[in-house]
Design a protein around this ligand. Structure first.
Ligand code: 6R9
Length: 652
């Protein structure tokens, strides 16, 4: 089907109090660009400030020495006060969080704003009593439970900088992050639950703490989640519930500057180790709250469910900070879409009358494969809006989501953004934008996308496809890579001064709508999770039998992209199935299950240029099995290497 003719008009009267109509979008967008300072000054009014900002934007994106991004720099506020205290009077008894366990037999929890406030204060006091103070870094390695949100907000309350590490990461990945951000405390749980299995979180933390360079961690705070006994080290490890019991339900919030760090979140870049994206207090909160309100058309009666894990930016902005700053009810789910069966998502929607559902294309594709029955056996009548995030959605999955899950009634917001952007940059507005399956559509207010032609390096005007940049700044933009300002500038701003390079490629159609087509750097997007080929390769070569390795992505029906690795062994080691399994297990151990390769191919040697660069272009084609057109291979040091790999691939 020609996607440009496949259009879904805005449902009549959809625009609610927080969003705008089609005509209003154009006007407001123009205003947000022509007088950006006035626009963002007004946007900042949705946040409560101790001291309202008079300075709005202060940025230099054009040279390495003066590079800086500051928003609302003379403003003062506290994020936890904005997410809790200010709602107490009007919404004290409203559910802030609804928790649904992995195990449907475990009762769900409903935590009101008043209760959440009390928990956050108690945890904040407990952290302070352990000597954790403003500016200290705290790593959070948790399952999807209420205490995880409490921990983030407790850090924000006392001015500590949190660093959430996804609960699926292995000890070595925890250790890397803890060392890089210099965390002095780790908050974790005894175990997590996932699809009926237990995840040994505390044991993983213990293993991480055995690794070199971890002496900076003075305290480990453990939430009893499953009740399984775990190893507790005296004067280092504490049961968090016992500490909190003794504390008062009032905790004086720190008065933070708008540019004080709020959190560090690691994400994969195209080279080296994951980069710790640094987000600050004022601009991030304004942007998360505003995009959440406008793009999801939040109303007081909504139950908002974002299925991401808080270990990713989506969980930060649209489970925790955006919804809570807006006084909404946010559902947190500990489990997975397919457990106990493929109807779970839709059952949870019915159970809690979810009105807005926000998930990833990979989950939609996996559930689509199960056919419509698991969906149709539920009602889903509470739903009024659907969203997707994390990767491009193929039009077929979009139509299934719209027609089967939403019964044709609910608009879909396909939201494009990144860890670096803090919040959504390109998305339909549900009351204003005609939807096209597969298009992230239109820029949010104040956002100026630009496309650069890859061959000529020039800006594309009008329709076309190129590398996606964003001109200028917006309040939610990451301020730096923690501890490495230079790397941030060099990797994202250097080539085109004044513009941020996203790493994505993108097409703009004749209506000015944006279609994201995927990454153009060495970052894979596997089931909506970013993972750098460099990380995969360094995990492989850390194995004593591996001489060299190369990782590339290939098209995968469910995951979007799968992981394909090529391994060259050191002399004296033979290729075998058991070694293959050992290497796969090694990658899971070094990084985590998300790093599990789909294919591992033995490579007697890797195709390289004469200067020694691995030619991934060729490895990608072999992985995709599109070897008829390998392009120009004359620059290879030894072209026969390619033939050997192709032969091997054919035999596999
Ligand atoms: C929020 C998040 C960012 C990368 C991004 C892009 C891909 C995210 C997308 C999308 C197409 C969408 N991506 N949303 N691609 N359409 N709606 O996912 O952050 O983990 O940093 O990943 O994900 O490739 O560059 P993050």
């Amino acid at each position: 089907m020609n996607t440009t003719h496949d259009r879904y008009p805005v449902p009549q009267g959809f625009a609610g109090p927080q969003t705008v109509t089609q005509e209003q979008y154009e006007d407001l967008y123009q205003a947000s660009i022509t007088d950006a300072d006035a626009f963002w000054a007004k946007a900042a009014e949705r946040v409560d400030w101790y001291r309202a900002p008079t300075q709005i934007q202060d940025t230099c994106l054009t040279n390495a020495d003066e590079f800086h991004i500051r928003w609302y720099a003379d403003g003062e506020l506290n994020v936890s006060v904005n997410c809790l205290d200010r709602h107490l009077e009007k919404r004290g008894d409203k559910a802030a969080l609804i928790w649904e366990s992995d195990d449907p037999a475990i009762p769900s929890q409903r935590v009101t704003y008043r209760e959440l406030h009390a928990k956050v204060c108690k945890m904040g006091n407990a952290l302070r009593r352990l000597g954790i103070a403003r500016g200290d870094r705290v790593t959070i390695y948790m399952p999807m439970i209420v205490e995880t949100i409490v921990a983030m907000l407790a850090c924000a309350r006392i001015g500590a900088v949190h660093n959430v590490v996804f609960g699926g990461f292995a000890p070595a990945s925890i250790a890397d992050r803890v060392r890089n951000c210099g965390a002095s405390a780790i908050i974790t749980a005894d175990e997590g639950r996932r699809a009926g299995r237990k995840i040994a979180l505390k044991a993983n933390v213990d293993a991480a703490l055995e690794m070199p360079g971890m002496e900076g961690v003075r305290s480990v705070l453990v939430v009893p989640n499953t009740g399984t006994p775990v190893n507790m080290v005296a004067e280092r490890d504490y049961w968090l519930d016992r500490l909190m019991e003794r504390e008062s339900a009032e905790c004086e919030p720190e008065r933070m500057n708008a540019e004080d760090p709020l959190f560090i979140l690691y994400t994969s870049g195209s080279t080296g180790k994951p980069k710790g994206m640094l987000h600050t207090t004022g601009g991030y909160l304004v942007y998360a709250a505003y995009t959440h309100a406008a793009i999801f058309d939040i109303r007081d009666s909504d139950v908002f469910w974002c299925t991401a894990d808080v270990g990713w930016i989506t969980g930060h902005s649209y489970i925790a900070y955006g919804p809570l700053a807006n006084g909404a009810t946010s559902l947190i789910f500990e489990g997975v879409p397919s457990y106990p069966d493929a109807s779970r998502f839709w059952q949870v929607i019915d159970k809690h009358d979810v009105t807005i559902f926000y998930t990833a294309p990979t989950a939609i594709r996996a559930l689509m494969r199960e056919g419509p029955e698991p969906v149709l056996r539920t009602s889903r009548k509470s739903l009024r809006l659907l969203g997707t995030v994390g990767e491009p959605i193929n039009p077929e999955a979009w139509r299934w989501y719209h027609g089967v899950v939403g019964a044709g009634r609910c608009p879909i917001v396909d939201t494009w953004w990144q860890t670096e952007t803090g919040g959504i940059l390109i998305s339909p507005l549900p009351g204003a934008t005609e939807c096209k399956p597969g298009a992230a559509s239109v820029p949010f207010f104040g956002i100026r996308p630009a496309l650069v032609d890859v061959a000529s390096g020039t800006l594309i005007e009008g329709p076309g496809e190129g590398n996606l940049f964003i001109r200028g700044s917006w309040p939610g933009q990451a301020r730096s890579i923690y501890g490495d300002d230079r790397r941030y500038y060099e990797s994202c701003f250097k080539d085109y001064p004044g513009m941020y390079f996203t790493g994505d490629s993108c097409r703009r159609d004749a209506d000015g709508h944006y279609w994201i087509t995927g990454r153009v750097d060495d970052v894979l997007n596997v089931s909506g999770h970013r993972i750098g080929t460099a990380e995969l390769e360094s995990a492989l070569v850390s194995h004593p039998k591996v001489a060299e390795a190369a990782a590339v992505g290939f098209a995968h029906d469910i995951k979007g992209q799968g992981i394909y690795v090529y391994v060259t062994l050191k002399a004296g080691h033979a290729e075998s199935d058991s070694l293959r399994q050992e290497l796969v297990a090694h990658m899971r151990r070094e990084i985590g299950p998300i790093a599990t390769p789909d294919h591992l191919q033995w490579a007697p040697s890797l195709p390289k240029t004469r200067s020694g660069k691995i030619m991934r272009r060729i490895l990608r084609k072999i992985a995709e099995n599109t070897v008829d057109d390998l392009g120009d291979i004359t620059t290879l040091a030894d072209p026969s290497v390619v033939q050997a790999l192709v032969r091997e691939r054919r035999m596999a």
